[in-house]
Design a protein around this ligand. Structure first.
Ligand code: FAD
Ligand code: NAP
Length: 446
């Protein structure tokens, strides 16, 4: 029997498990599947952990999410085609849920069957080599401190790429008297109440960590961009300046001459694609981009079609794109989709990569990833979902952010699966301090 290893039980690994379950339900004979996750439970980044640094076994903690994290995109854009929000919560819910609510949703469809039996938890994959006909996968059972090696015909890499921080150094850091940390280790904005916070970066973490610090009472928040400012209309107490030059004592000195006293510097400087367990010939080498190289249809490793990567793209689209990728990977593994010859694979990859390199703004990037996801969708039997509505929603969301970065999370959108429109949340995001599932779902009776 064909054997498939799935590395990671985050949203991508769960999409892979779900895709095989759905094929089996339709009467297909599916391969034997073993999914590995180094955490004690599934859900990937959405499985919040207070830990930073190492876990109790000395393994690096993969979690990068923090308390009070709310979805930064409309939930309608990431909805599963085969399991709507309405189905999970038995009623329409607002468009920007906090982490715990999305975590509950992600797990809802996989909890229904016996997929958990296929996951080896607290088990880290430490080595994967291709021996010419199949893969030798070595994994470490962390609880029992034992290592084993099994043979697999296919490997699906779904270990995420927002777990290993990229940490630059600036002059003066060694002597800085305050706290310097990466957003990977940021857990609770309360820590920065009444503090002067400097945030480096100009992407989603910089935006959201800065907003969190402001929302939970930081004295001042100064965001330093390196190339392009985010340019939002920041509320009083927040500002955006050009690139950190150096720290001198507790002063941050920026390249535009601006000087700011700082109690903490938070590096929102992104993450590394990191695959220490893969042999060099199997290893994807890429930055955080919309079409990483050497992946046919963004999934199949160009040099070895038995190796699949899920979710390695920079992400506008998330859960339903992961599903489209997983359904595609499943059908390649089950022989329903034939990967074409090398020249066609190369041509297809080059087409996407060269188009991506010409993208200039957020709307074009949204179009690019929507086209990519739509194409994948046509290649498998992943259920119907309205990607044109998702495209439109993403663009409206971008414009709402430009209009007012403090209020974009109060907007509502229509579901691309059921058509129902999310109700307005009972509390505006700016003053909603409690991010629990219970408080979020308890809409006061009218
Ligand atoms: C701070 C932050 C906020 C985000 N917020 C949003 C949001 O609001 N909306 C949204 O759609 N997306 C958001 N994302 C994007 C996020 O990447 C995806 O939602 C999603 O978690 C990606 O799923 P994944 O399965 O690829 O990776 P992950 O969620 O990272 O899961 C990977 C899993 O692989 C396991 N693993 C790693 N290495 C090994 C190994 N060697 N052996 C065994 N197991 C291993 C890990 O333990 C983990 O469980 C956010 C990301 C970050 C960092
Ligand atoms: N739900 C939420 O609210 C939420 C919150 C946080 C993050 N996220 C998600 O997390 C994921 C990762 O986002 P991310 O922002 O961490 O990573 P990212 O999108 O890869 O951005 C990395 C940022 O680091 C900057 N940078 C890199 N090196 C630098 C240096 N030496 N000095 C200064 N700046 C430097 C980059 O600036 P340049 O452009 O100048 O290179 C870029 O702005 C995204 O998918 C995002 O959606 C979601």
């Amino acid at each position: 029997m064909t054997k498939v290893a799935i590395i990671g039980a985050g949203p991508c690994g769960l999409s892979a498990l779900r895709s095989f379950e759905q094929a089996e339900k339709k009467g297909d004979k599916i391969p034997e599947i073993v999914c590995f996750d180094k955490q004690e439970d599934w859900g990937g980044l959405w499985n919040y952990s207070w830990r930073t640094g190492s876990d109790q076994y000395g393994d690096p903690v993969p979690n990068s999410m923090y308390r009070y994290l709310w979805s930064n995109g409309p939930k309608e854009c990431l909805e599963f085609a085969d399991y709507s929000f309405d189905e999970h919560f038995s009623k329409p819910i607002p468009s920007f849920p906090p982490r715990e609510v999305l975590y509950d949703y992600i797990l809802g469809r996989v909890k229904k069957g016996n997929l958990k039996d296929k996951v080896k938890f607290s088990t880290t994959v430490t080595n994967v080599v291709y021996n010419g006909s199949n893969f030798e996968v070595t994994y470490r059972d962390k609880k029992n401190a034992t290592s084993s090696t099994d043979i697999f015909d296919y490997v699906v890499v779904a270990n995420g790429h927002f777990s290993v921080p990229f940490i630059p150094e600036y002059p003066g850091m060694k002597a800085f008297p305050g706290r310097i940390m990466h957003s990977h280790d940021f857990r609770d904005a309360e820590e920065f109440r009444d503090k002067n916070v400097v945030v480096l970066g100009s992407s989603y973490s910089a935006e959201d960590v800065a907003l969190q610090c402001h929302k939970y009472g930081a004295k001042s928040v100064t965001i330093a961009y390196r190339h392009n400012p985010m340019g939002f209309k920041w509320p009083k107490g927040m500002k955006e300046v050009f690139h950190l030059d150096r720290l001198e004592g507790n002063k941050a000195i920026f390249k535009d001459g601006h000087v700011q006293e700082a109690d903490a510097v938070i590096l929102c400087t992104g993450y590394l694609h990191h695959f220490p367990f893969l042999s060099e010939d199997l290893k994807l080498k890429t930055g955080n981009r919309l079409y990483p190289p050497k992946l046919y249809k963004g999934v199949v490793w160009q040099n070895n079609h038995k190796l699949m990567y899920l979710g390695m793209q920079d992400q506008f689209h998330t859960f339903n794109m992961f599903d489209c990728q997983a359904w595609f990977a499943r059908d390649v593994i089950m022989g329903k989709i034939k990967v074409p010859d090398n020249s066609k694979v190369e041509k297809d990859i080059n087409k996407w990569v060269s188009t991506e390199e010409k993208l200039e703004n957020a709307d074009q990037m949204i179009d690019f990833q929507t086209e990519y996801t739509k194409e994948l969708h046509t290649l498998s039997n992943y259920p119907k979902i309205d990607f044109e509505l998702i495209r439109k929603t993403f663009k409206e969301w971008e414009h709402h952010k430009v209009e007012n970065i403090m209020t974009y999370r109060n907007k509502s959108f229509a579901s691309p699966v059921t058509g129902s429109v999310g109700p307005k949340h009972h509390t505006d995001w700016e003053i909603a301090m409690d991010d629990s599932l219970k408080t979020f779902l308890d809409q006061p009776k009218k």
